[in-house]
Design a protein around this ligand. Sequence first.
Ligand code: MN
Length: 253
Amino acid sequence: MDKRTTTETPRQLTRRELLISTAGIAALQTAAAAATAGATAATAAPATPAAAPTGPFTLPPLPYGDNALDPVISANTLGFHHGKHHRAYVDNLNKAVAGTPYADMALDKIIAATYGVADKSAVYNNAAQHWNHSFYWRSLRPQGGGEPPAALRQKLETSFGSVDACRKELLTAATAQFGSGWAWLVQDGGRLAVVKTGNADSPLSKGQRPLLTIDVWEHAYYLDYQNRRADYVTAVIGKALNWGFAADNLGSA
Ligand code: MN
């Protein structure tokens, strides 16, 4: 993916924010490198189905097994969510960018360049959902939850008063989001905040730096929790949230 470099500056983000945002897609680049290595050296990278469309973007493997988050999120849910929903975003993105200049652009730059552009909504929605899901998988971990690393905990206490107050804001944002969307912990300047976004939207488009996210589209929880979104979010926050990932995403601001 070495062609994902360009000197142009998308209008929605400063160059600094773009550099920051690349932290979130490190997994994508790692996955792409692994897939390339797998194709040439028959390493452990998962085989690509023969019918998969070709294109510049690839589905990153889950950073854990399908059953690793059970019972918070079942293998059934993870299998459909990653293997069907996320894969569809990647496949549809590849179709949407084929033969366009977007095929040679980095994912975050595509998102910035198509945000709010009416006739580019297919590119934007699939690109943003690819980014968001890649970030979501890493926002979770087996035996997660618990207490954040000290450096993050200090920032959470400064911004929210306590870690528990942050947990409550995450739950409120996740349950208050009407319809499909995402709840996020972000860094906004020197402070941390909880925000929610609808559909495919990302805090990146507001110049905020994502630290972690929770998918609240129904497909993220319906098989396990039916309509009980609050139960899903409560279980994720308490038992599956990857505070270490959020700490790794902290900037120096
Ligand atoms: Mn999803």
